[in-house]
Design a protein. Structure first.
Length: 107
């Protein structure tokens, strides 16, 4: 019986840990492989983010994060701070203008 209770407690802890993990997908403006590196680095630097993968062709970022430590808006703000527009935040002109010429995505 004691072993059963220990196993049940461990299972409850494991399930509880997964319950706070969220997945989100949103667009991020960018143009090239350098953008991909910059976007993913900015997103992954936000505490609570466990994975951030940006697709150059689709312009979509797939984000996995701990929702008790961060949220989508914090990640989007971090990405905008390095020069890439997101659904909730636009990069400042100053930061955008300092991107490499191949990274320019605005018309």
């Amino acid at each position: 019986m004691k072993k059963f209770l220990i196993c049940a407690a461990m299972l409850a802890l494991a399930l509880g840990a997964d319950a706070k993990t969220k997945k989100a997908t949103f667009t991020v403006d960018g143009a090239c492989g350098m953008c991909k590196t910059r976007i993913e680095k900015a997103a992954n630097a936000v505490p609570g983010v466990t994975s951030a993968k940006w697709n150059v062709k689709t312009k979509e970022l797939i984000l996995i994060f701990d929702d008790q430590k961060t949220d989508e808006k914090k990640v989007q703000k971090a990405i905008a701070d390095v020069g890439h527009d997101t659904p909730n935040y636009k990069a400042t002109d100053e930061v955008y203008n300092n991107l490499h010429s191949c990274c320019k995505y605005r018309k």
